[in-house]
Design a protein around this ligand. Structure first.
Ligand SMILES: C[S@@+](CC[C@H](N)C(=O)[O-])C[C@H]1O[C@@H](n2cnc3c(N)ncnc32)[C@H](O)[C@@H]1O
Length: 245
């Protein structure tokens, strides 16, 4: 079953937001001025592009294949430019961008080599590419795997692991700079908000498991949140930093 982002776009911003630590890291790692051209690849509803533009006043662009997601992004900030595009077609001229990033997108890309080729075309030589994703180990460590065990299986099938991403990038004009792990092992309370996110299927993998597993897991999760018996440590994210040769 494919993930329908036009349907998800209607609830995405109720249940998902940008992670400010990621935006802060972009600003720390990349020299950004108001003339820097930045591309948010698979920008969704524009949460990251919006925050980055407001904090830096840079020229921020987004490409996004889903009409529904794109409309939300366009409505969010008139100072970002959001257009239709995907891993096969980024409608900008060669060497246009200084910095390209993608957050929670790589597991949706059917042909990663083609994506690196196309991003490599629009990124200037010496420009940075940052891929924010989760490693297979981080997927296994998600606290809700205990409620929805198949989500880890489904997602390890969908998500390329870190080494695979790096080696495919190296095959397509990119040099690997470093990996940064963020937000791993942080203790947080699981609140009604998280239950709401699961109920709204705010993560695409909830659309990819059986109804039975989803309903049983949700019931148990709700019960545990109610009794306050849920201890959560975040599983974190990996940011892969690459440079265009
Ligand atoms: C989980 S959402 C992440 C959205 C946004 N980057 C964020 O972090 O809020 C994944 C996004 O990837 C987009 N996407 C799916 N296939 C894509 C492709 N082939 N090329 C570019 N983006 C794609 C989806 O439409 C969706 O908006």
């Amino acid at each position: 079953m494919a993930v329908d982002y036009n349907a998800i776009s209607q609830i995405y911003d109720n249940v998902r937001a940008e992670n400010k630590s990621i935006v802060d890291l972009f600003i720390e790692e990349v020299k950004i001025t108001n003339r820097t051209r930045i591309l948010d690849f698979g920008c969704g509803t524009g949460n990251y592009a919006n925050m980055l533009q407001r904090l830096t006043r840079a020229k921020v662009y987004g490409i996004e294949p889903s009409d529904g997601m794109r409309e939300k992004a366009i409505a969010k900030n008139v100072n970002i430019t959001v257009v239709k595009g995907d891993h096969k077609n980024i409608p900008f001229e060669d060497s246009y961008f200084d910095f390209v990033y993608m957050t929670d997108v790589i597991h949706h890309i059917p042909d990663i080599e083609m994506m690196f080729k196309e991003i490599g075309r629009v990124l200037k030589s010496g420009g940075s590419l940052c891929i924010a994703t989760q490693s297979h180990e981080q997927i296994d460590n998600r606290f809700y795997v205990k409620y929805f065990p198949s989500t880890a299986i489904v997602d390890k099938r969908r998500y390329p692991d870190i080494d695979e991403i790096i080696s495919k990038a190296q095959g397509q004009s990119f040099e690997h700079i470093k990996n940064a792990i963020i937000g791993e092992g942080v203790e947080v309370a699981v609140t009604a908000d998280f239950v709401k996110l699961v109920k709204n299927k705010g993560f695409s993998m909830f659309h990819l498991i059986s109804d039975d597993e989803y309903n049983v897991g949700l019931k148990q999760l709700e019960a545990d949140v109610l009794t306050g018996s849920l201890e959560l440590k975040t599983s974190g994210e990996t940011l892969i930093w690459l440079k265009k040769k």
